[in-house]
Ligand binder design. Structure first.
Ligand SMILES: [Zn+2]
Length: 102
């Protein structure tokens, strides 16, 4: 099976932490940069609070799926980098290295 190669533009979008704040409507106060996660490049572990309620920050596993050329070709998206889906799960431990997050 051919391995998926992400376009440079999408990689750059995901490297900018402010984009994650926009995608999830949160303010990020901390990031868990996990050395054990070598597989999921569309995933980020963040400590964040809601932009509106400014709630007490919690740890979340977030995963975002951005449109690439393929999705535009298939008319599932109009432009590169468009958010197709965004998932956010509240967590207490890192699912990759097992570290307790606090
Ligand atoms: Zn970890």
């Amino acid at each position: 099976m051919k391995e998926y190669t992400e376009s440079q533009e999408l990689t750059e979008l995901k490297e900018d932490i402010r984009n994650w704040e926009d995608w999830f409507d949160v303010i990020i106060t901390e990031c868990h940069d996990c050395k054990e996660n070598k597989k999921y490049y569309d995933t980020l572990i963040i400590k964040a609070k809601d932009q509106e309620t400014k709630s007490h920050p919690n740890w979340f596993l977030t995963r975002v799926w951005l449109a690439d050329e393929k999705e535009i070709e298939m008319a599932e998206a109009e432009e590169l980098g468009e958010v197709i889906s965004a998932t956010q799960l509240e967590i207490s431990y890192c699912p990759f290295c097992g570290e307790k997050l606090s």
